[in-house]
Design a binder for this molecule. Structure first.
Ligand SMILES: NC(=O)c1ccc[n+]([C@@H]2O[C@H](COP(=O)([O-])OP(=O)(O)OC[C@H]3O[C@@H](n4cnc5c(N)ncnc54)[C@H](O)[C@@H]3O)[C@@H](O)[C@H]2O)c1
Length: 225
């Protein structure tokens, strides 16, 4: 029987590339996105809608939490409270809602793989992106805590930590911010979504067996730890 994966944010960018890559590995892949076009039109901030979708989906072996927003870009003291909270709602609470809904059935079956999308911003803190950076640091800590909680259960939880990757997410990012982020990458290029999806596919498989609560770098050499 093929394994089933649920990919949030699966209609665009890194989520979409992960969907395609997991399908190439033979998985049944369900797409959950706030935009129409996938299997579940759900806002990950809505815990009840998330729980309904997970119940409808049936057994989920692999969960990829890719839904995310860049959030407001300005110095912290100029950030609006609502925009700050929305960034945390999607990036952190959304990831929490999905993990919370899916983990019990994975534990019961004794096998599962969860891949959360963090960001290099969560390790280093990008200026004018405090909401995004802090939310991704929270995703890293959530991943580490949950990974330890599930370490003997057969359910492995890891995070991917990309730097700048060419996706629609960056369409609204200020050009000077993008130029600065690109200049920080030692490989002197922006990453491709398929390069991230390759790592996601490995983390979603049996090939990963002795890693959990870990953060996997895809930054073209930018990360220093
Ligand atoms: N692209 C990059 O440079 C980059 C770098 C580091 C980390 N990331 C992270 O990777 C993940 C994917 O980013 P991307 O570049 O593919 O972005 P994207 O904007 O191309 O795709 C994000 C997807 O998430 C969906 N989404 C947004 N809010 C949602 C919500 N509330 N509920 C359900 N779905 C929602 C969108 O509709 C979209 O399909 C994000 O978590 C992002 O923070 C991206």
């Amino acid at each position: 029987m093929p394994r089933t994966a649920l990919v949030t944010g699966g209609l665009s960018g890194l989520g979409l590339a992960s969907v395609e890559r997991l399908r190439a590995d033979g998985l049944e892949v369900l797409v959950l996105d706030v935009e129409p076009g996938g299997d579940f039109v759900v806002d990950v901030t809505d815990v009840e809608a998330v729980e309904r979708a997970v119940t409808q989906a049936g057994p989920i072996d692999v969960l990829i939490n890719s839904a995310g927003v860049v959030g407001p870009q300005a110095p912290l003291w100029e950030l609006g409270v609502a925009a700050w909270r929305h960034t945390f709602d999607v990036n952190v609470h959304g990831t929490f809602h999905l993990c919370r809904a899916v983990v019990p059935q994975m534990r019961e079956r004794g096998w599962g793989r969860i891949v959360n999308f963090a960001s290099i911003a969560g390790k280093e803190g990008n200026p004018t992106m405090a909401a995004y950076s802090a939310s991704k640091a929270a995703v890293i800590a959530l991943t580490k805590s949950l990974g330890k909680e599930l370490a003997t259960s057969g359910v492995l939880v890891n995070a991917v930590v990309p730097a700048l990757i060419a996706t629609p997410m960056n369409a609204d990012t200020e050009p000077d911010v993008l130029a600065r982020l690109a200049s920080l990458i030692p490989m002197k290029r922006v990453g491709e979504a398929s390069e991230v999806a390759e790592l996601v596919a490995w983390l979603a498989s049996d090939k990963v067996s002795f890693s959990t609560g870990a953060t996997y770098d895809v930054t073209g050499g930018r990360a220093t730890y």
